[in-house]
Design a protein around this ligand. Structure first.
Ligand code: FAD
Length: 416
C-alpha cells in the first residue's frame, strides 16, 4: 500500500535527532567551522564531545539489530536521520555517515570470524560511547578521480605494475598497488587528500589495483586497520566547506596485508560492489544536500517574514516569495526521489541510475538554493553572523563528493 507517513519508530527517532541537532550538533558544527587550523578543529574538545554524544545516542549503530547491541531501527531510518543531521551540520553528518563503513562491511560479508581483528573491531565499535572508532573509504587517488567510474579502458586503473607473486614496487606518482605474495599482499602508494574521515579513522575500506594488466576490474578490495606497519596519513585538508569533516591523504609504504583482509579479489565482483557503494553513497550525498537546503530555506523564510523593506515584510515582495517557493519545491522533489532510491536500497534492489538522477537533482538544488537564500538575506547573507554563508560553502562540496555532478550525470545518461 502506497503511503508517505513514516512508521512511528522512525518518526520518534527523527524527533530525537532533531532535538539533538538543534541543541548540540548545530552549535558544535558552527564552532568547529570557525577554527582556522583543521588539526586544532579535529582535536578540539567540541569535536570530541559532539562525537561522544552522537555515539552515546547510538547514531553510529541506528540499524544494527538490538540483539547485536544496536538501536534496531528499520534500514530506512538511517536515511531520514541523515537529513536531520545535515540540517544541523553537514560536516559532522558526513563524519557520522562514513563512520560505520568498516562495521557495516564486517556485517555484510560475515567477516567477524575470518580474522580476529574484525571480531575485536566489531565489538569495540558497537560498545563505543566516545566516538573513537570509525572507518573511511579510500578510493580516489591523485591521478584517478572521476576515472573510478571508467571500466573497459586498458590504461585506466589504479596502478600499472602490480603482479601476483611479486613484492610491491612503486611506480609513478600516487596510486596504490597491491602485489600478491604468499599469504598476503604488499600495498604501496597513496590515496588522495579527499578521503572523508581519512585523518581520524581506525579502519580503511581500500580499493587497490591487484592486476594492473586489467582495466578497473583488476581492482581488489581490502578492509584493513590503520595501525598496520607502513600506513601513515597527511595533514587534514584545509578547505572551503564541510570543515567539521576531516579529510586526508593516506600513504601505504610496503604494507603487509594478509589474504584474509582481501574481501573482494580482483574480478567482476569489484564492479558490483563499487556500484552498490556508489548507489548508497549518492543517495546519502543527495540527502545531505536536502538537509542543508532545508536549513537554508528555513532560515531565509523566517528572515523574510521578519525583515521589512518598502513598507512591508520582504516576504510580501513577490520576487522574494517566489524564491522561497522555488526552494521549497526543489527540496520536496529531491527528497521524494531520494527516498525512492533509499527505499529500493532497503528492499535489496539498488538502482544506480535512479540514485544518480536523484543525487544530481538534489546537489544542483542545494547549490542553487543556498545561493538564493543568501540573496533573500541581502547583505546580511554574506556575514558570518548568519548561518547561510556556511550552507553555501558546504553545498559546493556536496556537488563533488562521491563523484562530480557532471561525471555522475554522464554515468546516469550512459545507463539509459
Ligand atoms: C567532500 C568530499 C568528500 C569526499 N570523500 C571521499 C572519500 O571518502 N573517499 C575517496 O576516496 N574520495 C573522496 N572524495 C573524492 C571525490 O570522490 C573526487 O573528488 C571526485 O570523484 C572527483 O575526482 P577529482 O577530484 O579527481 O576530479 P577530476 O576527476 O579530476 O575532475 C575534474 C573535472 O573534470 C570533469 N570530468 C572528469 N572526468 C570526466 C568525464 N569522463 N566526463 C566528463 N567530465 C569529466 C569532472 O566533472 C570535473 O569537473 C571526496 C570529495 C569531496 C569533495
Amino acid at each position: 500500500m502506497l503511503g508517505f507517513d513514516l512508521p512511528e519508530e522512525i518518526a520518534d527517532a527523527q524527533k530525537l535527532a532533531r532535538d539533538f541537532v538543534q541543541n548540540e550538533l548545530r552549535p558544535a558544527e558552527a564552532e568547529i567551522d570557525t577554527i582556522p587550523d583543521p588539526e586544532a578543529a579535529y582535536t578540539s574538545d567540541t569535536f570530541k564531545s559532539v562525537l561522544a554524544r552522537s555515539y552515546e545516542m547510538g547514531l553510529h549503530k541506528l540499524t544494527v539489530p538490538e540483539s547485536e547491541g544496536g538501536l534496531g531501527l528499520p534500514p530506512f531510518a538511517s536515511h531520514v536521520i541523515l537529513e536531520e543531521l545535515a540540517a544541523g551540520g553537514a560536516g559532522l553528518a558526513s563524519h557520522l555517515l562514513i563512520a560505520p563503513i568498516a562495521h557495516y562491511v564486517i556485517q555484510m560479508f560475515g567477516l567477524a570470524h575470518r580474522h580476529p581483528v574484525y571480531k575485536e573491531y566489531a565489538e569495540k565499535f558497537i560498545e563505543d560511547k566516545q566516538g573513537i572508532h570509525s572507518g573511511c573509504w579510500a578510493i580516489t587517488e591523485p591521478q584517478v578521480g572521476s576515472d573510478i567510474f571508467t571500466f573497459g579502458e586498458k590504461d585506466i586503473h589504479f596502478r600499472t605494475k602490480a603482479k601476483h607473486g611479486e613484492t610491491g614496487e612503486e611506480e609513478g606518482e600516487g596510486g596504490v598497488t597491491a602485489a600478491k605474495e604468499d599469504g598476503g599482499y604488499r600495498v604501496d602508494g597513496s590515496k588522495s587528500a579527499f578521503v572523508s574521515n581519512g585523518w581520524y579513522a581506525d579502519f580503511i575500506l581500500l580499493m587497490a589495483a591487484v592486476d594492473s594488466d586489467e582495466d578497473m576490474s583488476g581492482t581488489g578490495v581490502f578492509l584493513i586497520p590503520t595501525d598496520l606497519e607502513g600506513i601513515s596519513r597527511g595533514r587534514p585538508l584545509d578547505k572551503l566547506g564541510l570543515r567539521a569533516l576531516n579529510q586526508a591523504e593516506i600513504y601505504f609504504d610496503d604494507v603487509w596485508v594478509p589474504d584474509e583482509m582481501c574481501i573482494v579479489p580482483a574480478g567482476p565482483m569489484y564492479r558490483t560492489l563499487l556500484e552498490f557503494i556508489v548507489t548508497t553513497g549518492n543517495t546519502a550525498v543527495g540527502l545531505l544536500g536536502v538537509g542543508v537546503a532545508r536549513a537554508a530555506f528555513e532560515e531565509a523564510l523566517a528572515h523574510a517574514k521578519e525583515r521589512s523593506q518598502g513598507g512591508r515584510t520582504i516576504f510580501d515582495h513577490q520576487l522574494v516569495k517566489m524564491k522561497l517557493f522555488d526552494a521549497s519545491r526543489r527540496i520536496e522533489a529531491s527528497r521524494l526521489m531520494l527516498w525512492k532510491s533509499a527505499w529500493l536500497l532497503t528492499q535489496g534492489r539498488p538502482d544506480l541510475r535512479l540514485a544518480f538522477e536523484a543525487r544530481t537533482l538534489a546537489s544542483e538544488a542545494v547549490v542553487h538554493i543556498t545561493s538564493e537564500m543568501i540573496q533573500v538575506f541581502g547583505g546580511y547573507g554574506i556575514s558570518k553572523e548568519y548561518p547561510v554563508e556556511k550552507y553555501y560553502r558546504d553545498a559546493k562540496l556536496l556537488s563533488i563528493m562521491d563523484g562530480t555532478l557532471d561525471r555522475v550525470a554522464l554515468s546516469a545518461a550512459e545507463l539509459m
